[in-house]
Structures are given as structure tokens and as C-alpha cells.
Design a protein around this ligand. Sequence first.
Ligand code: UT7
Length: 356
Amino acid sequence: MSMGHSRILGSGFVVGDTLVTNERMAKVVDTTNEWIKERSGIEQRYFVTEGTATSDLGVGAAQKALADAGLTANDIDYIVVATMTPDYYFPGVGSLIQTKLGMTNVPALDIRQQCSGFVYGLQVADALIRAGAAKRLLFIGCEIHSGFMPFSPQGWDVVMGRSEGPIPQSEKDWNSKFRHLLVLFGDAAGAVVMGPSESKDRGLLGFALHAEGGPVESLYVPSAGFKYRPYFSEAHVKEGRFVPVMDGKTVFKMAVTKMPEAVHEVCAKAGVTLDDIDLLIPHQANLRISEAVQKALKLPDDRVYNNIQKYGNTTAATIPIAYDECKKSGRVKQGDLVCFVGLGAGFHWGAALMRE
Ligand code: UT7
């Protein structure tokens, strides 16, 4: 059994193939670029073309992370995937990604912790490596949110830039029932390759994870689900119950309270202070949330990274995408203390500390 730290050996990400601006969203939803930017910071997002699955994005990100680590798919001995938007209701996407990567059979595990999927999955990956169950582990956060959108085929033509519309007003009215949610999300995947650290000074240093089911209905998808028989029905489609329900204000308040708490907790556990953190990478749900977390922690701008402006909220993919951008741009350098923090549906939240 290896009792040393695990560390990230390489990273990479991909986004959906079609860039969708706020202005384009406003053609199918009663919204404006100004509202979206002011309330969320988001300027654009990417959606996949119909037919691309979450596993496909996962494969794209995995290939980039493998190349970055100087490894091939056959070096990998374990796959962990965080997604709330798998290709099928079941199974998860881990085994599908394995096959698409042309790998021989290795264990594949899906976890579903939504926006804190990456922070939770890091602990799972770290534990597997420390226990000696994996030496070269591929950990992917991948999501296709466009499947949640209630747009008609004609509406999608407008969103994807294949038509200028307009769509019928009745359709725009229907879409606009969900407007606070539809403007926030994008499709993307981020991946990391992990393995044992060669030094006790590098790698994952600690975690502070939490969950609480009480407020579940503040952020969830009411259908499909086995609370119902059958688990999906025409009535669910007509009522739009396949679109996530989100009480934005409740989620916002939880995020700006629990995320700073988790950062304090993980620092205390690891015996470091907030001053020691070189870079905080928060889950990208809303720029205003990140700014409030930054303020609560009294961190200067150069010690917090945000990129939601470009991608929207990509759930389990936001943190690995941000990490990869920071690595490639030199914002994260060897020896830096990096803190990841997130909160999402369930509710689940937490933070992880890593010495790069
Ligand atoms: O990772 C977890 C995922 N989710 C989150 O983290 C969400 C956290 N919450 C949020 O990000 C924010 O609550 C939102 C961005 C969702 C909403 O911002 P808000 O400042 O809480 O706005 P609100 O829901 O209170 O709505 C304010 C107004 C309302 O109009 P009235 O009642 O003041 O006339 C809404 O109807 O803005 C209206 N509105 C919109 N207007 C234009 C809601 N959505 C839109 C929209 N475009 N897309």
C-alpha cells in the first residue's frame, strides 16, 4: 500500500463545437446580454451538435490529458468519471469512455455529485491511488447540459446558428419559463491523469467534504426518477419536468456561505493558512458567487481564477478546465498551493488542497 500523496500528472479539456453567445440565446428566450452578464458574468457558452454524447466529450478531454502527461490510454489502470448528464439513464459513461479510448479492460467508476463532482472525485481518485488500487488513474468531469433545454428542433436551429428565426412567440414564452436556468449552462469536459507523487511535498494534501439532502428541491431534476411509475412519462414532458428546477437565490446563498467555510476547514486540516494559498479555483457557477467567496476569504484578484465568462457553468467540468488553463498559462507553477472548492445539487460541497 502506498501512503504517499497522489498528484495530477497531466490535464486537458474540450468544449462543445458550437459557440453560442448571449445574443443568440436571446433569440429563443426572453433575456438580454446585459441581464446575463450582470447577474452571472457569462458572455457565451458552447453546445455540442446533436449526436455528440457526454462520453465523446469525455474522450476528447481524456486524450488531451493523456498527451499532457506523456502517457497513452493503455497506461491507465482505473477510470473515474464525474457527470450528472450521462449518455444513458444507466449505465454511467466510464465504461463507454474506456471502450472509445480503445483501452483494455480496467475498472470504471461513475460518481454523481453534480457541481462538486470534481472535488469529490479527487478524494476518490486520491484514495484509490494511496490504497494501491490504481497507479495511473484517469479522472474526467464531463457534461452535456444542452439535453436539459426545452427548445424545439426549430429553436435549436436558431441556437446553433443554422437559422435566424424568429421562433413562434408561444414557443419563446414556453422556453422563458426556464430562462433563469437556461442561460447559465454549457457543454464541456475536463480531465486529469493522476498517479502517486514522487515526493511528500507534492500532491493532494487534504479534503473537507459535506452533504445535506434537506434542501434537495432547491436544485434537482424532478423527472425522470424511480419515485414515479413509470419513471418517465408524457405528462413529465408536457410539464417540462425534465428541465432542472432551481431556486437560484437559495443556491446562491448556500454557495457563498458553504464554500468559504470549506476553504477554511481544509486549510485548518492541512495546517496551512489562507495566506499560504497561491490560487483558489472555485467551481464556476456564477461570477457573482466567485466574487462573494473571494470577498469572504479576503483574497486578492490574482489569487482567484474565473473563466465562466467563456464557458458558462459546465458542472463537473469547470474545475479541471480552469486548472488546465492555469497550468498552461503558467498561473499554476510547481510548488504552488492550489485550493479547489465547489457546491452543487444534492446538496454536496467541499474543498481540496493540492501542492502543485
Ligand atoms: O452550480 C450550481 C448551479 N446553480 C447556481 O449556482 C445558481 C445560483 N444562483 C444564481 O446564479 C442566481 O440566482 C441567478 C443567476 C440564477 C439569478 O439571479 P438573481 O439575481 O437571483 O435573479 P432573480 O432570480 O431574483 O431574478 C431577478 C429578475 C426577475 O424579474 P422580476 O421578478 O424582478 O421582475 C426574473 O424574472 O430577473 C428575471 N430573470 C431574467 N431576466 C432576464 C430571471 N432570469 C432572467 C433571464 N433574463 N435569463
